[in-house]
Design a protein around this ligand. Structure first.
Ligand code: CP
Length: 312
């Protein structure tokens, strides 16, 4: 498959992607999914090394990148938390990156500072994949979210409600670009204090001439949405914990919510969740968040192959 010119590129923001590039990633992810299902060992990235630099906690993003690299025959180096690294001695991000580029063929990085992924890409010659930079962007999550929507509901005319912490949640800041790119109908549901940032909405309007409806209550969208994308309130990003306490638990999805849902509605969540989706929902046919996490491996395999491996 042609790599759509993604070889050696960085993956910093969903806003950087063209529709042709996203189409090609989704297509390659389909191929990777069939390899995973057939448990076929691959050697496309044999001899190549991915550095996973996680300055912030992660379960899915780091482990699925590592799983993806192993499944492609490649190897992993890196760290999860800075304890045991020279960051604790005061080494700067730039200096850390300049050394890591000598050891690896690509970097997947998560860092709490917004803009750190762009800085990394400007610092090193090898591809940088943004695994989350503060509240800013999480483009590979958006790609796996889009892939999940494609598999579960299709992309044409799909109605998607993004719910929860739209202010600090980086996954929705990335996903909204891809949903609008594919012409989906989007509604935004959040407490007033956690609305989607204006700069994101302005950019969406400029690019797609589209302004998603904003609401405060889940009741307004459960009978409308084909996809209910729920997010966690990002406690760790609130400058004032009192502000967090005021909105914590302000909305949740349980079996009562599902009684009002459109037939066939699916629930996605980037995870981890706290209490915004009650465990009783897990065994319903609406719950697709663990499948979503599984699809992340196929999408990240596709990305690694396209960014590091080139044509296949
Ligand atoms: N969805 C996501 O980014 O999960 P982790 O924080 O576990 O990587």
């Amino acid at each position: 498959m042609n790599n759509m010119g993604l070889k050696s590129k960085d993956m910093i923001s969903a806003a950087d992607l063209t529709k042709a590039e996203v189409d090609s990633i989704l297509k390659e992810a389909d191929v990777m999914l069939s390899h995973i299902k057939r448990k076929k060992p691959l050697d496309m990235l044999k001899g190549r090394i991915l550095a996973t630099l996680f300055f912030e906690p992660s379960t899915r993003t780091r482990m699925s990148f590592e799983s993806a690299m192993h499944r492609l025959g490649g190897s992993i180096i890196g760290f999860s938390g800075t304890e045991g690294t020279s960051v604790t001695k005061g080494e700067t991000l730039r200096d850390t990156l300049r050394n890591v580029e000598n050891y690896a063929d690509a970097i997947a990085m998560r860092n709490p500072i917004e803009g750190s992924a762009r800085l990394a890409a400007d610092t090193v010659r090898i591809p940088v994949i943004n695994g989350g930079d503060g509240s800013n962007q999480h483009p590979t999550q958006a790609l796996l979210d889009l892939f999940t929507i494609k598999v579960e509901k299709g992309l044409k005319g799909t109605k998607v409600a993004l719910c929860g912490d739209l202010k600090y949640g980086r996954t929705v800041h990335s996903l909204i670009y891809l949903l609008c790119m594919y012409g989906m109908d989007v509604r935004l549901v959040s407490p007033k204090t956690l609305r989607m940032p204006k700069h994101v909405l302005d950019d969406i309007k400029e690019r797609y001439s589209y302004a998603p409806v904003e609401e405060e209550s889940l009741d307004g969208v459960v009978g409308w949405a084909d996809v209910l994308y729920v997010t966690r309130i990002q406690r760790e990003r609130f400058p004032d914990q009192n502000e967090y306490e005021r909105v914590a638990g302000s909305y949740f999805v349980d079996n009562e919510t599902l009684k009002k849902a459109k037939k066939g509605m699916v629930i996605l969540h980037p995870l981890p969740r706290v209490d915004e989706i009650r465990p009783e929902v897990d065994c319903t046919s609406c719950a697709k968040y663990f499948e979503q996490s599984f699809y992340g491996i196929a999408v990240r395999m596709a990305l690694l192959k396209m960014l590091i491996g080139g044509n296949g």
